[in-house]
Design a protein around this ligand. Structure first.
Ligand code: GLN
Length: 296
């Protein structure tokens, strides 16, 4: 499917044409996807679009917007087409190795900040499976005296995360390591945070194509029951509770239906203080665990 855009077409008319094509294709967010692509591909602010919407696309604009629209119609998410997305109000570049940051994941940042509300507090953080680095960079941005490590198995993701730390002004307090979960780390950390892969493998085939075909499988696939990464992280921490400082906490993103399973798993591994928090939609989304209260 393509959208026919002539260079003489106005920007507003092009936007209308994208909306029409996206609606006809049944895209659920046709209007906002069309607007987002038009603004970003043509490098316009919303004000530019309303004040100078009658100006023509021009040859380069028509070509680039037409190509972007065709990609969206072929099922690619807007964030992948732009190669960038916003998280916590900050810009993040993406690559095929990184998940598109979700608004849900801001709940992890909020929960972590809530545990250490003092802005000037010196903290040591680690983000397991950092991907684009969005959780780590958001935390470093909010806690200017914190220092953090972003860990990932994918070298490609680490390169993206490193660039995102630089683009958001926190590179001097961030370092990046290739590794798997808690193996080979030395603490203590005040915060261990993670949005690990947590989709049960058999469920992946049922996800929307935007996720299934475009997010990296390694960032989604949590094994047969979706809990493999949590098992590895919790087992690592149970073996080496000293990875967390005395006030330290582990903050994990979970799937909306995983609160009870995570609570059971953590308690079975001897963690007494396990709390489940919700996202803005009211779904279970975050587990906070403090081994220090389990009588270390
Ligand atoms: N929240 C993502 C989704 O719904 C999954 C991310 C993950 O597995 N950590 O697709």
């Amino acid at each position: 499917m393509t959208v026919d855009l002539a260079p003489a077409l106005s920007r507003e008319a092009a936007l209308r044409r994208l909306v029409g094509a996206f609606e006809a294709a049944g895209l659920p967010d046709a209007r906002s996807d069309a607007r987002f692509l038009t603004l970003h591909i043509l490098a316009l602010t919303p004000l530019d679009l309303s004040l100078r919407g009658r100006e023509p696309l021009g040859a380069a604009g028509a070509e680039a917007l037409g190509r972007a629209a065709a990609r969206r119609l072929a099922g690619e998410p807007v964030a992948r087409i732009l190669g960038a997305w916003e998280f916590w109000g900050l810009p993040f570049a993406l690559s095929p190795d990184t998940l598109v940051p979700r608004p849900d994941t801001e709940s992890v940042v909020e929960a972590a900040l809530g545990l250490f509300p003092e802005r000037e507090r010196k903290l040591r953080l680690i983000d397991l499976g950092t991907g684009s680095g969005c959780i780590l960079v958001a935390l470093l941005h909010e806690r200017p005296r914190a220092y953090g490590i972003g860990l990932d198995r994918a070298q490609g993701a680490l390169a993206v995360a490193r660039n995102n730390a630089a683009a958001n002004g926190v590179a001097d307090r961030a370092s990046f390591l290739c590794g798997s979960w808690l193996d080979a780390l030395s603490g203590p950390f005040d915060l261990i945070v993670s949005n690990p892969p947590y989709i049960a493998a058999p469920v992946i085939a049922t996800l929307e194509p935007e996720v299934r075909l475009h997010d990296p499988r390694a960032a989604l696939d949590g094994g047969d029951d979706g809990l493999d990464a949590y098992r590895a992280i919790l087992a690592g921490l149970a073996r080496r509770p000293g990875l967390l400082s005395a006030q330290g906490a582990l903050v994990l993103e979970i799937g909306y239906d995983q609160g009870p399973a995570l609570t059971d798993l953590a308690q079975a591994m001897g963690f007494a203080d396990v709390r489940v928090g919700r996202d803005l939609a009211g779904n279970d989304r975050v587990v906070t665990l403090r081994p220090s209260l389990a009588g270390r």
